[in-house]
Design a protein around this ligand. Structure first.
Ligand code: COA
Length: 162
């Protein structure tokens, strides 16, 4: 198994004071950036679904997940990022695993979806090879800069495809 910086990186639920650091990690890792109010609203709308990776009391990664659906509970990975110098040590995988466990055990989620840029090789490897998400479809010009998204899904119980 790949060595992980377990002794120095902790994954825990976010608290409100983490939000501005999550915003900074987002801005250093992704081109989809958001106003501070969006993080605050997200935090209150989806309690228990914002997690952070912490190293020496600094936030170095995060994952944010939306709950969707009424009859069939599903979730959508809204954003995940790990600061570049900490990548490749299993932190992204750990964030995904923690959230999947929470979603299935606490929220009874039947499937999880996500979008990833078609050029995002690291993201695609994390989702497809490591986390076993399947490609559902390609969505042309999904992003503001017109890049296509790969829409992926992972089922946790058998359900009809929607
Ligand atoms: C995608 C991301 C969150 C992965 O985080 P991470 O902590 O590096 O992930 P892990 O260390 O758990 O690695 C998971 C997989 O990613 C791939 N990966 C990680 N680092 C890599 C690197 N430097 N080069 C190529 N692939 C890499 C590997 O396939 C790895 O799987 P493996 O266990 O088979 O080697 C991180 O690269 C990131 O923040 N990227 C920028 C933001 C982003 O793209 N977010 C996703 C938007 S949809």
């Amino acid at each position: 198994m790949k060595e992980q910086k377990e002794e120095i990186v902790t994954v825990r639920l976010a608290v409100k004071g983490d939000l501005r650091w999550i915003k900074r990690v987002n801005e250093s890792c992704l081109s989809e950036n958001y106003d501070e109010r969006l993080y605050i609203n997200f935090f209150y709308n989806y309690p228990g679904l914002v997690w952070v990776a912490e190293h020496k009391k600094k936030i170095i990664g995060y994952i944010m997940v939306e709950l969707r659906g009424l009859k069939i509970m599903r979730a959508h990975i809204w954003s995940i990022a790990v600061m570049s110098k900490f990548r490749g040590h299993g932190i992204g995988t750990n964030l995904m695993n923690v959230v999947e466990t929470q979603l299935v055990d606490v929220h009874n989620i039947q499937f999880i979806t996500l979008h990833v840029r078609q050029s995002n090789i690291r993201g695609l490897r994390l989702y497809a090879s490591t986390m076993k998400y399947n490609v559902k479809q390609s969505i042309p010009e999904y992003y503001d800069d017109k890049e296509s998204a790969v829409y992926m899904v992972k089922y946790f119980v058998k359900t009809h495809d929607k």
